[in-house]
Design a protein around this ligand. Structure first.
Ligand code: PGA
Length: 328
């Protein structure tokens, strides 16, 4: 056991948590053979099987369950030590583990760019995934901070609003509704609709809006990416509801129109959050204070002043300079 490396334990922990070799390999930016090899070595070292496969599903054996608990304890101790060490060094160095929902990737990297310019010694690990997975990570206290839409009451977390998030109805620029004003909600339900995947916050808010108005959308397609949805809308396959932030960096913005629909935009907010009882590092606290000014920082970079019609290409874009890993 003493020869097992921290990397092997990290690989094991990811598989045990995600119940998938493939998803663990993706999360750790490793190939699947590398992941399998690390688990094989660890299993040989321990001398007991850690996983068992029934059909396509992976389960932890009793030894696996015990090791999983041990791993969580080890990683927790390490991250506490990292926090103490970086607090000792002040803001000269340190790590910020940030996990954000898919849609937040349109503005978070720009905020991070500016933050990292101010504090060049800070290393940022940015995880981008949908709302459902962010809530799982928040419940498991896997990162320092989270950025997401409203948090369910059942989740034990500290949360604060720091930015507005308007959801708008998008259509292709030459769509017949693009020039109409005050389009009734029921008219939107006649159009083929392109929906985000289950687990997405955008989807939950959209479904809630239409069900509150006793209306049912004609969903033609479900896609797990805002970019793919915009391409599909521009390709005239349907209309969609997405955050206005998704338009912020769009080079082909001229191909899309924001429709003037009754009841829209849906007013949502971006929250930052962390697990209740978590002791934030100095780096995380500094990033929180920085996020509280996000409205001013992003003011010139988004299409927030557009209400309908085409959104012009943005000027003054800031390039992304944040360090660390990023994944979608
Ligand atoms: P999503 O979340 O990117 O998972 O849709 C966005 C939101 O909660 O508004």
């Amino acid at each position: 056991m003493r020869h097992s490396t921290l990397r092997q334990l990290e690989v094991f922990e990811a598989i045990a948590r995600l119940k998938s070799f493939t998803r663990a390999a993706e999360e750790l930016f490793l190939t699947q053979p590398t992941v399998s090899m690390q688990v094989k070595k660890l299993t040989e070292e321990i001398g007991l099987p850690l996983f068992e496969q029934v059909g396509k599903k992976i389960y932890l054996t009793d030894a696996g369950e015990e090791l999983y608990r041990t791993c969580l304890g080890i990683f927790d101790h390490f991250s506490r030590f990292e926090m103490i060490a970086s607090d000792m060094k002040g803001l000269k160095s340190g790590k910020l583990r940030l996990a954000v929902v898919t849609t937040a990737k349109y503005f978070v990297p720009r905020l991070l760019g500016m933050f990292c310019q101010k504090y060049p010694g800070i290393d940022v690990a940015l995880k981008v995934t949908n709302r459902e997975h962010i809530l799982e990570r928040l419940t498991g206290n896997q990162d320092d901070l989270y950025i997401l839409g409203q948090i369910p009451d059942a989740v034990d977390a500290v949360a604060e609003i720091f930015l507005d998030n308007q959801l708008v109805v998008l259509a292709s620029a030459d769509h017949p509704l693009a020039t109409e004003k005050k389009i009734p909600i029921k008219r939107i339900c006649d159009e083929p609709f392109i929906m985000r995947e289950p687990g997405s916050g955008t989807r939950i808010a959209t479904e809630l809006f239409f069900s509150k108005h006793n209306k049912k959308l004609k969903v033609r397609m479900e896609l797990g990416s805002n970019e793919a949805i915009k391409q599909t809308v521009a390709g005239r396959l349907g209309i969609a509801v997405l955050s206005r932030h998704t338009l912020a960096l769009d080079a082909q913005i001229g191909q899309l129109a924001i429709l003037d629909v009754e009841g829209f935009p849906i007013e949502r907010h971006w929250y930052f959050a962390y697990s209740s009882g978590k002791q934030l590092s100095i780096v995380a606290q500094t990033f929180l204070s920085y996020l509280r000014q996000a409205n001013n920082l992003l003011d010139n970079m988004t299409c927030r002043h557009m209400t309908s019609g085409h959104c012009p290409l943005l000027e003054n874009e800031t390039s992304i300079r944040s360090g660390g890993e990023a994944s979608v």
